[in-house]
Design a protein around this ligand. Structure first.
Ligand SMILES: [Zn+2]
Length: 432
């Protein structure tokens, strides 16, 4: 048993559920504690009392929160962050495909994998849905490194067989067999899960989608991870390439939409597509930082939630410019602000933690600090920088404190990170 005493904040329910739901959607203790059992789960959490014994006192300048959940990120694109100019389709050809080609070299994959988990952990992200490249061995390396670091990863080999340079194309049969081998080895091994990952419709022939669909049929509890309706030119292209009525129908026709499917973006979905996605209980990963960087469009969160579609937040590195979920929350706020919707810090924090877990069907396992859940949490340093220190000290409420963290927080704010009660990250120097 181990106990930590500090301020404590955790979402516990969906603040979007009803207008009056906010106050019941979180728990905050100005002087709180968490107790972690030897099984790596929270045994208790709440207001500090003198009857709690043997606590490690972290102090008033530390806030314990659940680890962040990134529902869409491309690990191989870490090194190409900030490759500017061009919208989605030009950007893929100019930067992404040449970068991903380098992963046929396992040594390169090893270097990037180590750097990748350093970066996500440094930013307090403890669970992520991750795209690899088409390379089986590189994907293997991303799994191995996640396991070594104690990271909760849902990872998949990209599947691609057209509309990309020759060096990134594969035969549907090979794609199926390599994906299957990885799935059999890694799905549900410890904290790891497998995601069947056709890149997106334009780089897939019907045969490839059919192969992905067969795999899903064979392993119904595996995830499906792909992209949809990010950019208007992409949407038009899909309509030229496929006979299906709309983009979402393409995936649906191959049996790829269910509650374990996460579709990245969904910026330009029609009412019919949203209805289909909602009926299939398929999730959408909203990646505001990436949408702004590539000029893809403004995500209609209200419309998507009104269609009863479950939404998580994603960084979408390398179109996203940082793995920080603070930035994901801040940009989600701004994308809604310009559309006349003002999200509270509670809504944003929910999307980056418990909402992300809901999107990834990991309910009951992680995403909040509640008895019985895996002890996946982050200790934030409210005095990480002089400016954050000033801002945190003047905060008039937990709402105000969280707002300051959302807009000013970054990797320096993350003092420590724990997965299943085990420390997986500690900042080299932190303020007292
Ligand atoms: Zn993406």
């Amino acid at each position: 048993m181990k106990t930590y005493r500090a301020r404590l904040f955790t979402p516990v329910a969906d603040p979007f559920a009803s207008p009056g739901a906010i106050s019941a959607s979180y728990r905050y203790e100005d002087d709180g504690y968490v107790t972690i059992g030897d099984d790596g789960r929270f045994h208790a959490a709440g207001a500090w009392s003198s009857s709690v014994s043997n606590a490690v006192t972290l102090g008033r300048n530390r806030l314990i929160v659940p680890g962040f959940i990134d529902t869409h990120i491309h690990a191989p694109q870490l090194e190409m962050i900030g490759s500017y100019g061009g919208h989605l389709l030009e950007w893929l050809n100019r930067y992404t495909f040449p970068t991903e080609a380098k992963f046929r070299d396992p040594a390169h994959a090893g270097i990037i994998a180590r750097a990748f988990y350093d970066e996500v952990l440094r930013n307090g992200t403890l669970t992520a849905l991750i795209f690899s490249t088409i390379h089986q061995q590189a994907t293997e390396i991303f799994f191995e490194e996640a396991e070594r670091r104690g990271f909760r990863g849902i990872i998949g080999k990209a599947m691609m067989d057209r509309n990309a340079p020759e060096f990134l194309l594969e035969k549907p049969r090979d794609s199926y067999e390599q994906s299957r081998a990885l799935l059999v080895k890694w799905h549900k091994r410890g904290l790891l899960r497998y995601a069947i990952s056709p890149r997106f419709a334009p780089t897939s022939t019907p045969e490839l989608l059919d192969a992905a669909g067969s795999l899903k049929q064979e392993f119904p509890d595996a995830y499906v991870h792909t992209h949809i309706s990010e950019n208007l030119n992409e949407v038009r292209w899909v309509q030229q390439l496929f006979a299906e009525a709309e983009y979402a129908d393409v995936y649906d026709d191959y049996g790829l939409l269910d509650e374990r499917t996460v579709l990245a973006h969904g910026v330009h979905l029609s009412a019919e597509e949203l209805d289909l996605i909602s009926r299939r209980r398929t999730r959408i990963s909203h990646c505001p930082n990436s949408n702004l960087f590539l000029g893809s469009g403004l995500f209609p969160l209200r419309r998507v939630l009104d269609a009863h579609v479950i939404v998580g937040l994603g960084s979408d590195i390398g179109a996203g410019t940082t793995p920080s979920m603070f930035t994901a929350m801040a940009d989600a706020y701004k994308v809604q602000q310009v559309q006349g919707v003002s999200l509270s810090p509670f809504h944003l924090w929910y999307l980056a933690t418990l909402g992300g877990v809901h999107a990834l069907s990991l309910d009951g396992e992680t995403g909040s600090i509640e008895e019985g859940k895996s002890a996946d949490f982050v200790v934030l340093d409210l005095h990480a920088t002089p400016l954050l220190s000033m801002r945190s000290d003047r905060a008039s409420s937990i709402e105000d404190l969280l707002a300051g963290l959302i807009f000013m927080g970054d990797d320096r704010t993350v003092a420590q990170a724990f997965v299943a009660g085990r420390e997986v990250w500690r900042r080299a120097t932190t303020s007292p």
